[in-house]
Design a binder for this molecule. Structure first.
Ligand SMILES: Cc1ncc(C[n+]2csc(CCOP(=O)(O)OP(=O)(O)O)c2C)c(N)n1
Length: 317
């Protein structure tokens, strides 16, 4: 089924709003369906803004918090993505691994390892391949602020900066690593680290999709023109738990300050600019809700992944 945002004639602003709204609706339903799902509510502007201005031949390595709509923006089918999350046969991954992947021809670096940071290496490798093939393709890689403390982060930024690789690293800084508040593990903004690699390091309001896009466009152009990588820190806020069933007891111990909801903020801006009416926005939200509900209904009745799909015969010949 087509996502509501794929309807013809939508303005660019409404399309962006539509993707963020779809992400919110999808997230809500997946949280209810799978207690281990990583909620992305509140982080939509950082997610959508990081990936919405890429070409289809670029590669993407999206953080595990909120990647499904990013895959859909490139053409992945909602039903197959939802099937992955529910462990159904129709998923792209056939239920074999964590559900953060999509069709190979969409140039997605899948998030397959539980080990944080490994996708930075694969994304950097993709950028090296693009440089070696002499093309102007680029890679965008997003990751959390906790993951920014992995050695992989430093190793890859060092290599990418030394070889001027066409990649944009985006830290989706939501203020938490599970139950630890960022103030306990980040003494300074992640973007400051770019100075150590002599690349641009930019902090941006990650709940403002326009601001994220503006910052990304500069970094994308720089990478495409062969001038090397950038590091962007998109400051956002994790509105829910680390996973759907997270009781979040730690929030009482470490109270944090909510950021303005990126959907409300962008919707208000579209209305102020005269680009949309409140009814237009409601319609998109309703359409997103309906598309997600009917997708879930269709996927729920599919068979669960069984031995045949898991390929156990390939593991133990
Ligand atoms: C190498 C490694 N260390 C620890 C973990 C356990 N772990 C899973 S998610 C997570 C939090 C990561 O936080 P962040 O990168 O900020 O992403 P967020 O979940 O906040 O979006 C941790 C510590 C892991 N999976 N891999």
């Amino acid at each position: 089924m087509l996502a509501p945002v794929e309807a013809k004639g939508l303005s660019e602003g409404l399309r962006l709003y539509g993707w963020m709204a779809l992400s919110r609706e999808l997230d809500e339903v997946l949280c209810a369906a799978n207690p281990r799902w990583f909620p992305s509510a509140g982080e939509e502007a950082a997610m959508v803004g990081a990936f919405c201005d890429l070409r289809p031949d670029d590669a993407i390595a999206a953080h595990y918090r909120g990647p499904l709509v990013i895959y859909m923006m490139r053409g992945a089918e909602m039903a197959r993505l939802v099937a992955q999350v529910l462990g159904k046969v129709g998923g792209y991954n056939k239920g074999r691994s964590v559900p953060f992947t999509g069709p190979v021809d969409l140039k997605i670096v899948p998030w397959v390892a539980g080990d944080l940071g490994t996708s930075l290496g694969v994304a950097t490798g993709a950028a090296l391949a693009f440089q070696q093939e002499g093309s102007d393709r680029i890679c965008v890689c997003t990751f959390g602020d906790g993951t920014a403390n992995r050695g992989d982060f430093h190793e890859n930024l060092n290599l990418a900066a030394s070889w001027r690789l066409p990649i944009v690293y985006v830290c989706q800084h939501n203020g938490w690593a599970i139950s630890q508040p960022a103030k306990d593990y980040l003494p300074a903004p992640v973007a400051n680290r770019a100075a150590g690699y002599a690349i641009p390091g930019l902090e941006v309001d990650g709940n403002d999709v326009d601001a994220v896009r503006r910052t990304m466009m500069g970094a994308i152009a720089r990478a495409r023109e062969g001038n090397g990588p950038s590091l962007i820190e998109a400051r956002t806020w994790r509105a829910k738990g680390h996973w759907a069933a997270d009781p979040q007891d730690y929030r009482a111990i470490h109270p944090d300050t909510p950021m303005a909801d990126p959907l409300v903020r962008y919707g208000d801006r579209l209305i102020q600019r005269g680009e949309a009416s409140a009814t237009d926005l409601d319609r998109l939200r309703d359409a997103a809700r309906a598309a997600v509900a009917s997708t879930l209904e269709a996927v729920r009745v599919l068979p669960d992944t069984g031995e045949a799909e898991l390929g156990l015969d390939e593991v133990h010949p």
